[in-house]
Structures are given as structure tokens and as C-alpha cells.
Design a protein around this ligand. Structure first.
Ligand code: 13P
Length: 339
């Protein structure tokens, strides 16, 4: 492992005013997204859609890295240029989702553990050859009656740490993502408790497995009300609780924090991020974004309505969201900028 390179890549991913585009939907997930806008989920359409995203003019001004799915990292545009090269030429670092999905956790009804460790060392070497410089592994934690269990939190933290150690061995920056799902009627206090427990367990395991935090990025969910909670916490409360949780659980030497959007609306996700960055002058780590839906949703809808005709319009919409989130990463976003 080359420590200098790892640290430089991690720092570049959270450079001032920049964040990550999560475009690593598995074939099953992108099918759901395409279904919602009436586009058939063929390999060609997936290739075209992702080419559209990556060739957005000026995208690299606010996007430091793009997380891709295995298929995407091997695909080329209609003109025969590898999508990873298109990203690199735009100043965007190619990344790769390496987990193979969350599967039911034996003995723990309603809970999941993320798989993908078997053969990961070999896959990582291949991904490096294909141009990837960082990776993502997503664990999901469900809040519910008596959930999550300690078993679920610990099993996922352990897998995340083993993945992160393998990444660094291969010279790849690991993004560790312990996502506490928004699904459910829980309130923000419950979300806080679970998020803090998941983050503390994760950093304990990263320590046990000798993972270099200066070459690691955390991708957390925000501390937020459940999507069916009767009383939703205000933007300022979400920002304050999320920051407090991170300050309690996350070591200062970590390279950076990039949030997932997790089902928040695009404007909501941007507003929360900017409010956090405005609350405190200096956090130990840059606070930025690694949004999937909150960056893509509006662009996908327009593209899907007429892919050939709306290509450039969809790109304009993506460029706008990237710029809004770049400003939010510096605490400079105002909702009136949406007009
Ligand atoms: P969302 O921002 O849509 O939650 O996606 C981020 C992601 O990469 C989930 O793993």
C-alpha cells in the first residue's frame, strides 16, 4: 500500500466545494429507477444514461468522484471511449461499488448483513487495472420494534472493516457506509441512538483491523425522523443532531465525511448539508455529499421522458444540482438559488 497516494486520493475526493456522484445502482436498482420513468432496462440504455451523466459539461467543477457499478466500469460510450476515461478526463476520480448486496442475516429476523468479501482481493486488483481509485461498501441497519440488534450492528461493522483493510492493501480508498434506513415511524432521537451505536461499532472494528483513517471516508446517513414519523424534525434539528453524533463517534483523523441522501428530496438533502456546514466554523473533517437519488432524480425524469431529445436538458439539471451541493459543502447554499 502506498500511504501517500491513499491519503491524496481521499483528500481529493473531499476537496473544498466538491462531492461524489453515486451512480453505482446495481442492475436491479437501476431497473426500478428506469421503470419509474418508463425506460426499458437494457445494457444499451444503462450505458447511454450513464454516458449522459458523465459527459455533463463542467461536472468536474463540483464532482470529485463517481461511484460506478461493475458493468459501468467495463462499458464504453457510443463513440468507444471507456466511461472511466470520460470521468478521468473530466477531473472525476472513478470509484467502484464492491459489495454484492445486503442479504438476510441468519438468526436475526428483519435484518441484513452485506456480502462480498469472498474473492474481493482479486476483484480489487482488477478494478485498479480498470482505473478505480476508491470503493464503496454499503451496510444497512433497520430501525424497528426491538431493532437493530447488536448482532446486526457488529456483523456489518466487522464486514466493513475487512473490506476497508483489503481496499487499502490494494491502494484503493474505502468509503465505509453504515446506512441507518429512514424507513419507519421512529423519531429523530431513536435515529440518533442507532446511528451513534453503528458509527462507534464501525470505528472500533476499523481500529481492530488496522485501517488507516487518513485514507478512509465515511458515508453516513443523516440523523433524521423516520419517513412515517408523525412529527418531522426541522432542518436545523437534523443538522445539529447529525453533527453532534459525528463529533461523538468519529475520530478526527478520518479524511472526510460524505452523506448519502437515503430518500430525502434533492432540495432537502442540499439544505441539510449546507445548514450543517454553516453551524460550525471548523469540523475535524470536511462534510460533503455522495448522493445518488438526490443528484440524479430530476435529471433522470427529464432524460427518461425522451432520452434522445432531452440529453442536454438533463445534463443542465444535473449540473445545477451538483453546483447547489458544491455550495452546500461550503455552507453557502440558499434555497432561493433553486429558481
Ligand atoms: P442515495 O443518495 O440515493 O441514498 O444513494 C447513495 C448511495 O450510494 C447508497 O448506497
Amino acid at each position: 500500500m502506498n500511504i501517500t497516494e491513499l491519503v491524496e486520493t481521499a483528500e481529493a475526493l473531499v476537496a473544498e466545494g466538491k462531492g461524489i456522484l453515486a451512480m453505482d445502482e446495481s442492475t436491479g436498482t437501476i431497473k426500478k429507477r428506469f421503470d419509474s420513468v418508463g425506460v426499458e432496462c437494457t445494457e444499451e440504455n444503462r450505458r447511454d444514461y450513464r454516458s449522459m451523466l458523465l459527459t455533463t459539461p463542467g461536472l468536474g467543477e463540483h464532482i470529485s468522484g463517481a461511484i460506478m457499478y461493475d458493468e459501468t466500469l467495463r462499458q464504453s460510450s457510443r463513440d468507444g471511449i471507456p466511461l472511466a476515461k470520460i470521468a478521468q478526463d473530466a477531473g472525476i476520480i472513478p470509484g467502484i461499488k464492491v459489495d454484492t448486496g445486503a442479504k438476510p442475516l441468519a438468526g436475526c429476523e428483519g435484518e441484513k448483513v452485506t456480502e462480498g468479501l469472498d474473492g474481493l482481493r482479486e476483484r480489487l486488483h482488477e478494478y485498479v487495472e480498470l482505473g478505480a481509485r476508491f470503493a464503496k461498501w454499503r451496510a444497512v441497519i433497520t430501525i424497528g420494534e426491538g431493532l437493530p440488534s447488536k448482532t446486526c450492528i457488529d456483523a456489518n461493522a466487522h464486514a466493513l472493516a475487512r473490506y476497508a483493510a483489503l481496499c487499502q492493501e490494494a491502494g484503493i480508498v474505502p468509503i465505509v457506509e453504515p446506512e441507518v434506513l429512514m424507513d419507519g415511524s421512529h423519531d429523530i432521537d431513536e435515529c440518533y441512538e442507532v446511528t451513534e451505536a453503528a458509527q462507534r461499532a464501525l470505528f472500533e472494528q476499523l481500529y481492530v483491523h488496522g485501517v488507516l483513517l487518513e485514507g478512509t471516508i465515511l458515508k453516513p446517513s443523516m440523523v433524521i425522523s423516520g419517513s412515517e414519523c408523525a412529527e418531522r424534525a426541522a432542518v436545523e434539528d437534523v443538522a445539529e443532531a447529525t453533527l453532534q453524533c459525528l463529533l461523538n463517534a468519529v475520530p478526527a483523523s478520518l479524511a472526510g465525511v460524505v452523506f448519502l441522501s437515503g430518500g430525502q428530496s434533492d432540495v432537502e438533502a442540499t439544505h441539510h448539508l449546507s445548514t450543517m456546514n454553516r453551524l460550525v466554523e471548523h469540523t475535524p473533517w470536511p462534510l460533503s455529499f455522495s448522493y445518488g437519488r438526490a443528484l440524479q432524480q430530476a435529471a433522470l425524469s427529464v432524460w427518461g421522458a425522451d432520452p434522445a431529445k432531452n440529453w442536454e436538458e438533463a445534463q443542465r439539471i444535473l449540473a445545477h444540482r451538483a453546483r447547489m451541493n458544491g455550495l452546500a459543502a461550503m455552507g453557502q447554499y440558499e434555497t432561493r438559488m433553486e429558481e
